[in-house]
Design a protein around this ligand. Structure first.
Ligand code: SPV
Ligand code: MG
Length: 308
């Protein structure tokens, strides 16, 4: 996936000039020629690090963004907080970002407002799940209530009518999470395809990929299939390739890595009453300055800042 930066100036985006990002995401998600990957970002820094690692597209994870804001993944963060974070991720990375829009924060009207605002802030796509507001993270508890198929299809149609081709629309099925079984999942996938979804995200809480591979086999790629192998993390990507999966989302690993690293460093500094011990194992300040492109600012100053 190639992406030409729109703006040569770091952190100065071309507002709302993102059909190209959306098209890039569409080409990736809708291509079945090979599997593509989206890396989780929960802020501009994690987005920049993912970009540095070579990822060409990002997943603005609801769980990770909520966690970094100190909220639970239960619609505690507002949709305006979500779009603010997404804007920073897009501005700083200039990568296509698929945004986890949860259930759309309400009914069809809330969902289309969210989608329109995400488009305005430069997102490339939105994933909407068939949960009820307020949602609960798929891996917490076992009483997830599913939205009515027709009502959720209305949310999808409203988003499609509002942002048409400007945002990739991924319909996420929580039927397997909620324990409804494969037949219900396929029924929902067909309904969401008819409602205008560009791709289907099938989610599973099983520790093996059996369930999502059965779905892929029954679904025959009627629409591209997106998966989130958080619980079935041992499955090799070759299995997804063989199954014709279009997109794999690594959904929360930067956030969880950050927790482990910050916990470790805080514990050491607290117990050692000093920072000498941790210094070799943390990012240098030069790395920080390089990541955030302080060099670009210096060049810009030389060019534009003529002080008397
Ligand atoms: C997220 O990253 O917020 C997701 C994936 O929706 S999951 O946490 O597995 O539900
Ligand atoms: Mg989520």
């Amino acid at each position: 996936m190639q992406h030409q930066p729109k703006s040569a100036v770091a952190n100065v985006p071309e507002r709302c000039a993102s059909p190209s990002l959306s098209q890039i995401l569409r080409d990736e998600i809708c291509s079945t020629s090979d599997v593509s990957f989206l890396m989780e970002a929960h802020d501009a820094l994690s987005g920049a690090i993912a970009k540095r690692a070579g990822f060409k597209g990002l997943w603005a994870s609801g769980l990770s963004i909520a966690s970094s804001l100190g909220y639970r993944d239960a619609n505690e963060a507002s949709w305006t907080q979500l779009v603010d974070v997404v804007e920073r991720i897009v501005d700083s990375t200039e990568l296509p970002v698929l945004v986890d829009g949860d259930g759309g924060f309400g009914n069809f009207n809330n969902a289309r407002l969210l989608a329109r605002k995400l488009h305005q802030r430069g997102a490339a796509g939105i994933a909407l799940e068939d949960s009820c507001f307020p949602k609960m993270n798929s891996f917490v508890g076992d009483r997830h209530s599913l939205a009515d198929i027709d009502e959720f299809s209305g949310r999808l149609r409203a988003v499609k009518d509002t942002v048409a081709h400007d945002l990739v629309l991924v319909a996420r099925i929580e039927a397997l999470i909620a324990g409804y079984g494969m037949e219900e999942a396929i029924l929902r996938a067909s309904a969401y395809a008819a409602a205008g979804a560009d791709a289907i995200l099938i989610h599973s809480r099983k520790s093996t990929a059996e369930e999502i591979l059965s779905f892929a086999s029954a679904w025959h790629n009627c629409l591209p299939v997106v998966i989130v192998p958080t619980k079935y993390y041992r499955t090799p990507v070759s299995a997804y390739r063989d199954a014709g999966i279009s997109t794999v989302i690594w959904a929360n690993h930067s956030m969880r890595a950050a927790i482990a690293a910050m916990r470790h460093v805080c514990d050491r500094i607290a117990s050692e009453e000093g920072v000498a011990g941790v210094e070799p194992n943390i990012a240098t300040l030069d790395e920080v300055f390089e990541l955030l492109r302080y060099d670009e600012l210096a060049h810009a100053e030389a060019r534009y800042l003529h002080l008397p």
